[in-house]
Design a binder for this molecule. Structure first.
Ligand SMILES: [Zn+2]
Length: 305
């Protein structure tokens, strides 16, 4: 059962002026997967635009309409302080969410037990009814809600190792104990919402600036492992952001490519015990093109092995 790789060239159309979340990020990820022979070993698919009623499992229709109607006919318009839209942005956002929803359905149908969604815009900052931090729709949350519609799925986990906190994912699932959310992030990092939120199924793991690989690994082992083992998720989602890499211009954490291999192997081992091996990973941040490509390749190599 080869792993599934979902992407779409129209995810490149979304473009913001002089912005770190740029189309070259996705090109860099896809070329790194190609160069290492990873994508040729995966079952490729073109994502489809998600239907609006599926987005409505996470975001209210009024918010969805706000996003879709805001798209300019030409030029670029600012949707919120860090998030812009140009002609094609809403298509890219619907393709991104569509990739995660489709990956979820195909994994649950037994077609494979691993999927990677190479998409943009990212999603984990999008709250129930608000865009933040380059994100319009919360892709991973939509996947989790699709999964929970399946009667065989009682619990899922969303593991987020992006250097920024997944405020949107926490907002969406803060009152839903079926969804374990584990987020490691540089402390006090953007967008400063839900950072101190406490609930048994919401695990916030702040990292001091300068956190090293070994410090990171022991923190993750001490804060995530037992929670995941106790939760016994039927399916694991990964919000795979690679901006905690030491070369990333947006963060001050000192991870290297091998740390992404390490954390992915840990998640694979947990999924093999609790989740029938089923993992859906989706691209979030990562803004140094070389570090992003290399780290994503290390992650996907561990994911598909
Ligand atoms: Zn990030």
């Amino acid at each position: 059962m080869p792993a599934i790789l979902l992407t779409h060239p129209d995810c490149l159309i979304h473009e913001m002026p002089r912005h770190p979340e740029r189309p070259d990020r996705l090109r860099s990820v896809l070329s790194a997967l190609r160069e290492r022979g990873l994508s040729s070993a995966m079952n490729h698919g073109l994502a489809s635009e998600i239907k609006l009623n599926v987005i409505e499992q996470v975001h209210p229709r009024s918010y969805i309409d706000d996003v879709l109607s805001f798209e300019p006919r030409q030029g670029v318009s600012k949707f919120e302080s860090d998030t812009y839209m140009n002609p094609g942005s809403s298509r890219a956002a619907r393709l991104s969410a569509g990739a995660v929803a489709e990956a979820t359905s195909r994994i649950l149908a037994g077609e494979s037990n691993r999927a990677f969604c190479a998409i943009r815009p990212p999603g984990h900052h999008a709250e129930i009814a608000a865009a933040f931090g380059f994100c319009l729709f919360n892709n991973v949350a939509i996947g989790a809600r699709v999964a929970l519609q399946d009667p065989s799925v009682k619990r899922v986990a969303i593991l987020d190792f992006d250097v920024h906190h997944c405020n949107g994912t926490v907002d969406i699932f803060k009152d839903d104990p079926r969804v374990l959310v584990c987020s490691s992030f540089q402390e006090d990092f953007y967008p400063h919402r839900f950072l101190d939120y406490e609930n048994q199924h919401i695990i916030n793991t702040p990292l001091a600036a300068g956190t090293s690989s070994s410090q990171y690994r022991s923190l993750i082992e001490s804060t995530w492992l037992r929670q995941i083992e106790t939760h016994k998720p039927d399916l694991i989602f990964i919000s795979a952001g690679f901006d905690a890499h030491r070369d990333d211009p947006l963060g001050e954490i000192q991870l290297i490519e091998d740390d992404y291999r390490w954390i992915t192997e840990m998640i694979v081992a947990l999924a093999n015990i609790h989740s029938k091996g089923r993992i859906i990973s989706t691209l979030e941040g990562g803004y140094d093109l070389r570090a992003l490509g290399n780290s994503a390749a290390a992650h996907v190599a561990a994911l598909v092995s």
